[in-house]
Unconditional design. Structure first.
Length: 135
């Protein structure tokens, strides 16, 4: 699993990380993961999931940690918060996944870029990200 996929899995535990929802042609009736059909007198479930409040999820995780982690600005702290290895090597791998074209030896610049990209990807994949964490 990709590093970004692991981050998604920790924030969106019910979602399949980085996978678009299945189209009707990709699922068959009764297949695992299909939405249940509405019975008599019931309304059908909506196809779109409610957006996950990323800030709320991460703040709740932060409250359980024994250390102060500044996940709002630090990719290192964000990775620690979701119990991932935040080493430079792992961040370089994440940069490769996200197609970073800058100098990976300039870790400060890379880290800022990574944080912004992770927040962008969270939003693109069902997360509600606060405006102050977006570009």
């Amino acid at each position: 699993m990709s590093i970004l996929g692991k981050i998604f899995g920790r924030i969106f535990p019910q979602a399949k990380a980085a996978q678009p929802p299945a189209t009707p042609a990709q699922t068959s009736p009764g297949a695992t993961g299909t939405a249940p059909q509405a019975g008599p007198g019931q309304t059908a479930p909506t196809a779109a999931m409610d957006r996950v409040d990323v800030e709320k999820v991460l703040d709740q995780l932060a409250a359980t940690k024994g250390q102060k982690l500044n996940w709002r600005t630090s990719i290192v702290d964000l990775m620690k918060l979701v119990d991932l290895d935040s080493s430079l090597q792992e961040r370089k791998e994440l940069a490769d996944e996200l197609k970073y074209t800058g100098d990976k030896n300039d870790s400060a610049t890379m880290n800022i870029w990574l944080h912004k990209q992770v927040m962008k990807k969270l939003e693109e994949n069902g997360g509600k990200v606060p405006a102050d964490l977006k570009d």
